[in-house]
Every structure is written in C-alpha cells, then in structure tokens.
Design a protein around this ligand. Structure first.
Ligand code: HXC
Length: 284
C-alpha cells in the first residue's frame, strides 16, 4: 500500500524542488530516515539508502521509489557506519549509479536503555562508535562529492537550485543530561560539535552542515525503547508544551527546509523539532 503524502510531507512544498539532486542517507530504512528519504524523493530527488541489514535496506529502497514515477532509489546494504571503507565504497557506488551526491543525512544510530552502572566501557564505546564515529565517517566519505556538488550549485544560486548539504540526527539529551542515556547523550553532544566544525571549515565551499534534534517521535524504535509503558508515555506527552508527540513528518519537513533554497543561510546550527519538550522536562 502506498504511504499517503500527509504521513511524510506537509503541503508546504512544491513538487520538483529537488529535481536532479541525489540524497545519500545512513539509517535511511529506519522510521525517521525513511520519512526523510520519502519526502525528498517525492520532491524530485534520487537517493541511496545505506544500512547494515541488506534485505531491510533494499526493501525500503524499493518501497520508497514508489512515491514518484521515475524515481531512482538504491538500497546499499551490509554497510556498518563504524567502518570507513564500507562507507567510502557505498559513496563511490552511489555516485557511479546516480551521478553525484548533493545531500547527506547521517542518521544511523544505536541506542539501548542502561544506567551508568550497567554500562561497560565497550557498551559506551559501541554507541559512540555508531553515532559519532559513524557521522564522522559519513562526512569524510562523501565530502569530495559534496564539494563538487556545491561548486556546481553555488550557494546562493541564481538558478534556484542548491547542493552541498550535510545533516546529522542529534537529540536534546545533552542540553540537560539524561538518565539511562549517558552514552547517547555524550555521542549526540559530540555530533553537534563536529557539525559546527564542518560548517566552519566547509562553509567557504558553499557547504552547509546542520543537525536536527527530534523530540519524542511516534512510531520510532527509539521511543519504543524509551517509553515502553503507558505511564511513561502519558507522562512524556503531558511534558510536551505543544501537547503531542512528534511525527516522522515533522522531522521530514524540517529536513526539506534545511535542504531547500529556503535554508540557504542556515549553517552550523541545530534545529530542535520537539514541541518545546526539552525546555519543560529535559531531554525527553
Ligand atoms: C547494557 C548493553 C545493552 C544494554 C548492548 N550492550 N545492549 N549494555 N544494556 N541493553 C552492550 C553489550 O553487552 C556490549 O558490551 C556492547 O554494548 C556492544 O554490544 P554488541 O551487541 O556487541 O554491539 P552491536 O552488535 O554493535 O550493537 C550495537 C547496539 C545495538 C547499539 C548495542 O543496539 C544496535 O546495533 N543498535 C542499532 C539499532 C538501534 O539501536 N536503533 C535505535 C536507534 S534510536 P560488552 O561489554 O558486553 O562487550 C536512537 C534514538 C536516540 O538512537 C534518541 C533520540 C531522541
């Protein structure tokens, strides 16, 4: 069954704004990543979805391609973002098949609930490696292609098209600290810092580098783990000033904004999409 547009994209955006653009996304088969990909592909982009699980990644690519006749969406599996060479091959393959890379989303993440007393050094490291080193590897593997994209599509571009955009998935945990999420909180803080440095070093090339920090998002693996009982679900909903959990569409719309011409001057920053949740109750 085709996923209706209203589930992954608002009516604010015009069809075709991302024509001739290519997205490279890690974690693109996940709930947030597939909505981000679906939205960009709907608006004209082609995409390479990168994941660890081959079958899941290829199935997601096939499904997402249905949103637009003629869309090219490739699933590249068996890629562990902790391994730079895996990512480098995936980026090269993407360029060979689709002609370039204009937008990069580093969305792959690892998470589990554990108190500090229950975290081994290796457990802490596993999440730092997937989230932070994985983001670094993704940036490093795709940077030459983004520089090329930005040089072809300068920012701002009188022709109205853009290129050379990095986006990482962050969180709000580290603004206050977060019990049971020390590992994730530390990893996301490092990602925010890393993206700031990318914006400083590569802004002069016309590249932008930003992060999106989602709040509690319906239907995600992360929230299934973090709010697994009705009580904690109700408590979390009451703590969100906007009165509801977010949707994957909220994150996809913010992604479209930062990659669109409307986002040309948004660089080196973090966009929090959480209904003001962190201001009331900390990270989530
Ligand atoms: C304590 C745990 C643990 C747990 C694993 N470990 N689960 N420790 N409590 N619940 C420990 C292991 O014992 C081991 O340490 C170390 O972590 C590495 O575990 P492995 O299973 O060997 O690692 P690996 O196979 O690489 O798996 C990584 C993983 C796993 C992070 C543990 O959960 C994973 O692959 N996740 C990917 C999918 C995922 O998590 N998606 C959710 C993303 S949601 P020892 O010492 O025994 O060797 C998300 C939302 C963030 O990120 C919040 C946003 C708002």
């Amino acid at each position: 069954m085709t996923v209706p547009r209203s589930e992954y994209l608002s009516s604010a955006w015009a069809d075709g704004i991302f024509a001739n653009r290519v997205l490279f996304i890690t974690g693109g088969a996940g709930s947030i990543g597939s909505a981000q990909t679906r939205a960009l592909v709907h608006l004209g982009a082609d995409a390479c979805i990168i994941g660890r699980n081959v079958a899941k990644t290829k199935a997601a690519a096939k499904e997402i391609a249905k949103v637009r006749p003629g869309a090219r969406v490739i699933g590249i599996g068996a890629v562990d973002v902790r391994n730079f060479e895996d990512l480098k091959s995936a980026a090269d393959h993407c360029v060979k098949e689709l002609g370039g890379i204009d937008f990069v989303v580093a969305g792959a993440a690892g998470n589990f609930i554990a108190p500090i007393s229950g975290l081994s050094s290796n457990a802490f490291k596993a999440v730092m490696d997937i989230d932070t080193i994985g983001t670094f590897n993704t940036i490093k593997a795709t940077m030459p292609y983004l520089i090329e994209s930005a040089s072809k599509n300068p920012n701002p571009n009188p022709a109205g098209t853009t290129g050379g955009r990095f986006l990482s998935t962050s969180a709000t945990f580290h603004y206050t600290g977060m019990p049971l999420q020390a590992h994730v909180s530390a990893a996301k803080a490092a990602i925010d810092s890393l993206m700031g440095s990318v914006s400083l070093e590569y802004g002069p090339y016309g590249i932008t580098a930003n992060t999106i920090a989602p709040g509690a998002i319906e239907g995600t693996e992360g929230m299934e783990r973090l709010a697994s009982t009705e009580i904690s679900r109700d408590q979390r909903t009451k703590g969100v000033p906007s009165g509801r959990w977010g949707t994957v569409r909220d994150i996809a719309d913010a992604t479209v904004f930062v990659f669109s011409d409307a986002g040309n001057y948004v660089n080196g920053t973090n966009i929090v999409v959480d209904g003001a949740g962190w201001r009331r109750q900390g990270g989530l």
